[in-house]
Structure formats: structure tokens, C-alpha cells
Design a protein around this ligand. Structure first.
Ligand code: HEM
Length: 407
């Protein structure tokens, strides 16, 4: 066993249980990029894993077919038996092997097209205004609960064709399932939500099969290539991954984005004076404090050497997108929040074969949400001291639990 393989505790500065790191991980990432860009860290589960922190290495790992998202099956090792509904949804786009991935992604991309996203524009504007109407007269709101959390799930429901009367249930299930991923104490509630969610999908899909409509569920049922179609279970898993991948991420694009703007009043003024800057502002928000701090795990399928470290076959590798996006060897003035930044090839949506499929939708939602908010509530400000804001725990998503605002 080599030294970097040791199982005994090692002192990594990257510590997802440390409050100071959770509040502001950027100075630590800067130090780690400098001193030990590929290092070991302790997962909240108690296991050690690799973490990769520079732009170049993060991009390289995401483009390297030796690192996969599905756990490599070891010969002779009995597979862990998952409850059937967990097994169904775990075989989704982001978790399957390369050839299944290629097939699923090709099929879903025939339905989930940029044109379909653009057609949602009017509905997103309407949903945004409806949510803001509910708080406008109060002069205050909790940005996350009142706006950023409900908006994306309503958009996904509209896109899929979930009837309005069922959308609150959908939102509750999505919240409960995500909480269970982030906090094992809530796993039981999360599992119940998952069972209810799959039962519901089964009925909704059956209804659509007998009466196809103009929505994404119907399109996913219709989609076909060379005689190949999505099976019933693949449909559940696909809908599940669209909700899970598209909900919390967009919540925190809006949350982190508004916070970054409020913390940089001169940038906020610039955007208010020149609303057309919203496109580059969204890219800068994604780079400066994007919602996905660390990407989904990768597994090494063979021994790989990276920055002088030996990553062994079967080991877990995480890439820190938030760190890559502030790497000074790639970005000029990486710690400056500049909504007019011209060259901004950030990695907030990942890279390679798993590059975010919902990026056009996320961008559109972020643009509409933030520009409408600033137009309707131009005096927007934080109701509390920034230092008192509570950040969410967990390694994947970076975002705040609440953002109290007055306007
Ligand atoms: C700002 C919002 C978002 C961010 C920052 C984000 C980020 C990401 C990242 C980093 C990945 C790559 C994961 C990996 O490499 O393992 C990813 C994948 C994915 N995202 Fe997003 N996402 C966002 C919004 C959305 C939305 C709105 C949807 C759809 C409704 C969506 C659907 C997906 C799907 C289906 C994948 C898996 C793609 C694959 O494995 O081939 N995302 N996202």
C-alpha cells in the first residue's frame, strides 16, 4: 500500500463538516490548488476519496474514459441489493455505463431539445411573475422558500406535463428525496417519497400512453430511434433524473446569484442599468459561486497517475468544480466578480459525455428569474448580516438554506 492510499486519518484542509469551510471554501481551495492539487479528503460518510482541484485536471478527469460514473462491478464480489424502486431510478443517465449512457442520452436528446426549452420561455415568465405577485405587497420575502425553490420545480412540471393540481405533491417529493440524499437521518422519509413518486409516475405515464399530448412525458414515450425506445423503467429513471438534476441546482443558481449581486453593489447597478448584460452575468454567477461545488463521483476503472499521485483502480475521485472555476492559471482575476467577463469557459455544467443536459433551460430560468426580480424589486437588499446566513451542508450542492430579503 502506498502512502497516499493509507486508510488512517490524514489532515486535509478540505473538510465538508467544518463550518468555516462550508461558509467560504474558496481560500482553502486556492491553497490546496497550490500545494496539493490532487489530494485525499474525508467524505461525510467516513470514507476517504480523491479530490481534484485545478481547472486543467478537473477538465482532464471529466474527459477521461478511465473515470466512470457507474461503480465498476468487481468479479466475484456480490452486488449490494437495492430496494426495487431505488434500483429502478438508480439506473439513470448519470449512473449507467458508457454504452447505455450513449443510448439513453441520444434518445432523450431527441425530446429535450433547445427548441422545446425556448418554447417554455412564456411559461417561465408567467410562473416567475405569479410567485413575485404573492410577495410584492409584503415588502419582504425569503428568496429560497418563496421564489428560488418553487420556480424550477414548477417549470419542470410544466415541461413534463404534470397537471397543476399535482405540482405541490411533486415539489414535496423532490424536496424529501433530495434531503434524504444529503442527510442519511432523513433516508426513511426520502424512501417513502420515492415510492409515492414512482407510483404517481406509473399512473401518469399510463394516462399519457393512451392519450399522448404536447409535453415532454409524451415526447419521451414517442421517442424512437432505429426501433429502440425507452422502456417503462427507463422512463421513470429519466423523469427522476431530470427532476433531481434540475431542481436544487437551479434553486441555488438563483440564490447564489442574487447573493453575489447584492455583495457587489457596483455590479448590481451595472446590470440594472444595462439589462442586456444578464447573459454574461449568469455565466459569471455560475463561475464565481455555481450551485455544484463538487461533481458527482467518478470511479477509476484502472490505475491512473495524476499530479504524481497514484489513483488505484476502484477508488473514488471527486472533482471540485467551484475550485476549478477560480483557478488563476486559467482565469484572469479569478476572485473578481465581473458580470461583463468576456472569456468565461467555466466548468459549472461539467464537461465531457455527462455535460449538463439542462444547461439551456437552467440559463433561461436564471436569466428570467434574476432579471424579473431586479426589475420588479429594484430596492432589493439583504434583511440580515451576510455572516448570519446559513449555508447548506453536503458536498455536491453549494447554496444557502434561507435568504431573507427586503425590497
Ligand atoms: C444551474 C443549474 C444547473 C447546474 C449548475 C447543473 C450542473 C450539472 C453538472 C455539473 C452535471 C454533470 C454531472 C456529472 O458530470 O456527473 C449535470 C448533469 C446533468 N444535468 Fe444539470 N445542472 C443544472 C440544471 C439542470 C437542469 C435544469 C436540468 C434538467 C431539467 C439538468 C439536467 C441534467 C442531467 C439530465 C444531467 C446528466 C447528464 C448525463 O449524465 O449525461 N440540469 N448538471
Amino acid at each position: 500500500m502506498t502512502t497516499n492510499q493509507q486508510k488512517e486519518p490524514i489532515q486535509s484542509k478540505i473538510d465538508f463538516l467544518n463550518e468555516a469551510f462550508i461558509r467560504n471554501p474558496h481560500p482553502i481551495y486556492a491553497e490546496v490548488r497550490e500545494k496539493e492539487p490532487v489530494s485525499r479528503f474525508l467524505l461525510p460518510s467516513g470514507h476517504y476519496a480523491w479530490i481534484v482541484t485545478t481547472y486543467e485536471d478537473v477538465a482532464a478527469v471529466l474527459n477521461d474514459s478511465r473515470f466512470v460514473t457507474s461503480h465498476p462491478v468487481e468479479e466475484g464480489v456480490e452486488q449490494r441489493k437495492l430496494p426495487s424502486h431505488v434500483e429502478i431510478i438508480s439506473r439513470n443517465l448519470s449512473n449507467v455505463n458508457a454504452s447505455d449512457h450513449r443510448r439513453l442520452r441520444r434518445l432523450v436528446q431527441k425530446a429535450f431539445t433547445p427548441r422545446m426549452v425556448e418554447e417554455l420561455r412564456g411559461q417561465i415568465v408567467e410562473l416567475t411573475n405569479d410567485l413575485l405577485d404573492q410577495v410584492q405587497a409584503k415588502g419582504e420575502m425569503n428568496l429560497i422558500q418563496d421564489f428560488a425553490f418553487p420556480l424550477p420545480i414548477k417549470v419542470i412540471c410544466e415541461m413534463l406535463g404534470v397537471p397543476v393540481e399535482d405540482q405541490d405533491k411533486f415539489s414535496d417529493w423532490s424536496g424529501a428525496i433530495m434531503e434524504g440524499f444529503n442527510n442519511p437521518m432523513l433516508a426513511e422519509r426520502s424512501e417513502q417519497a420515492l415510492i409515492a413518486f414512482i407510483d404517481y409516475l406509473q399512473q401518469l405515464i399510463a394516462k399519457r400512453r393512451s392519450d399522448l399530448k404536447q409535453d415532454l412525458i409524451s415526447d419521451l414515450i414517442r421517442v424512437e430511434e432505429d426501433g429502440d425506445m425507452l422502456s417503462e423503467h427507463e422512463l421513470y429513471a429519466m423523469i427522476f433524473v431530470l427532476i433531481i438534476a434540475g431542481h436544487e441546482t437551479t434553486v441555488n443558481l438563483i440564490g447564489n446569484g442574487v447573493l453575489s449581486l447584492l455583495e457587489h453593489p457596483e455590479q448590481l447597478e451595472k446590470l440594472k442599468n444595462e439589462p442586456g448584460l444578464i447573459h454574461s452575468a449568469i455565466e459569471e454567477i455560475l463561475r464565481y459561486d455555481g450551485p455544484v461545488e463538487v461533481n458527482n463521483v467518478r470511479w477509476a476503472t484502472e490505475d491512473v497517475e495524476l499530479q504524481g499521485k497514484q489513483i488505484r483502480k476502484g477508488e473514488m475521485v471527486f472533482v471540485a468544480l467551484s475550485s476549478a472555476n477560480r483557478d488563476g492559471s486559467h482565469f484572469t482575476d479569478p476572485t473578481t466578480f465581473d458580470i461583463t467577463r468576456k472569456v468565461n469557459d467555466h466548468l459549472a455544467f461539467g464537461k465531457g459525455i455527462h455535460f449538463c443536459m439542462g444547461a439551456p433551460l437552467a440559463r433561461l430560468e436564471g436569466e428570467i428569474a434574476i432579471s424579473t426580480l431586479l426589475r420588479r424589486m429594484p430596492a432589493l437588499r439583504l434583511q440580515t448580516n451576510r455572516e448570519l446566513l446559513d449555508w447548506r451542508h453536503g458536498i455536491i450542492i453549494r447554496g444557502l438554506k434561507e435568504i431573507p430579503l427586503v425590497f
